[in-house]
Design a protein around this ligand. Structure first.
Ligand SMILES: [Zn+2]
Length: 344
């Protein structure tokens, strides 16, 4: 596995041009955060701000908001909060790229039943051809990044179909910057610059001339730009405004919504679609870290997670046997992984 030297404070390795370590072994992102905090630029988001925003969306139409549900703990907690804590009428939306696990589906079904919330379930193998090509080409594009471009576009279009202008995601304080709309998610963050560049290159090289993917957005910025032209829409996460209480919210959804921890996940104790394992494997191989390392590093800087907790959760806990059925479903084999940079 990866043996790159990582930052003394967070869990990111040096990865130029976006991330580098100084002579004390601390990365530029940790230094930047430290400076902004000192200058008072890092304001704390308050729940009162969030409830004030929500007032603009209440009782506007049949549903007050669309909640993106993956079956994971954070999005399930987000659905719970919208219904129970903020007394809104949400429409749950689950998208399935064909690799969603039974555990995840079960968690969503149990949650909507317990809460009495309507659910839209959308399943499509539209992305499979792209993922298959990515593996065969040995591209450094990140599966989860490409998938997020697809599902954000899909989610915003679905919200429009139901006349909803507030989309709720279960993103943590480490996952995205506040106010994704108008603005941009991760494309411009230094942690993701190398990955975003490879995604763009891959789409240009392999997908531009494919009729199925010719209109596929090249970046999250583009997804949002297109959406802005069509409709008014805001994407928010309650987790940005609430204290970080991972254990408390986990207990609540387990008790009240019957949420179950999936059998196997990466990082530990999360829920992902099956493709996540392949995406993690390839990210580690190409970059020496994953988007989870970036997310947890942000949480460490914010004091919501210790470096030790993150390192423990990020230990690779799966092997080739977990990847084999995913590769098979994509029409690929283990031989397709033997390419490119150093292997993990
Ligand atoms: Zn760092």
């Amino acid at each position: 596995m990866d043996t790159k030297k990582i930052c003394e404070r967070c869990v990111l390795p040096e990865s130029r041009p976006g991330i580098w370590l100084d002579e004390e072994g601390v990365c530029n992102l940790c230094r930047e955060y430290e400076k902004e905090k000192k200058d008072g630029k890092k304001g704390i988001s308050l729940e009162t701000e969030f409830t004030k925003m929500l007032r603009n969306y209440k009782s506007r139409g049949e549903y007050d908001c669309l909640v993106m549900c993956s079956g994971g703990k954070d999005s399930t907690a987000a659905l719970y909060y919208m219904k129970k804590r903020y007394k809104l009428n949400p429409l749950a939306f689950m998208f399935d790229n064909g690799f969603e696990t039974e555990d995840a589906l079960e968690n969503v079904k149990n949650a909507v039943e317990a809460l009495g919330v309507d659910l839209v379930y959308f399943k499509s193998d539209f992305m499979s051809g792209m993922f298959s090509r990515l593996v065969k080409a040995g591209s450094g594009a990140v599966i989860c990044h490409l998938c997020s471009l697809w599902y954000m576009d899909l989610t915003i279009k679905t919200a429009a179909r139901y006349g909803i202008s507030l989309v709720i995601a279960g993103w943590t304080k480490g996952q995205s910057r506040e106010g994704i709309f108008p603005g941009c998610a991760c494309d411009n963050a230094p942690e993701f610059s190398a990955m975003a560049e490879e995604t763009g290159k891959f789409l240009d090289r392999y997908c531009k001339n494919d009729p199925r993917y010719k209109d596929f957005p090249r970046s999250m910025e583009e997804v949002l730009k297109r959406a802005r032209k069509r409709q008014r829409c805001v994407v928010l996460s309650p987790h940005w405004f609430l204290p970080f209480e991972a254990e408390t919210s986990l207990e609540t959804i387990k008790k009240e919504l019957g949420w179950k921890t999936p059998e196997q996940s990466y990082p530990a104790k999360t829920t992902n679609c099956g493709l996540n394992f392949l995406s993690v494997y390839l990210s580690l191989k190409h970059y020496g870290y994953t988007h989870y390392h970036a997310e947890m590093s942000r949480l460490i800087r914010q004091g919501a997670l210790t470096r030790e907790e993150a390192l423990e959760a990020l230990k690779v806990n799966f092997g080739a046997e977990r990847l084999a059925p995913i590769l098979k479903k994509l029409g690929c084999g283990p031989e397709d992984l033997a390419f490119g940079k150093e292997s993990i």
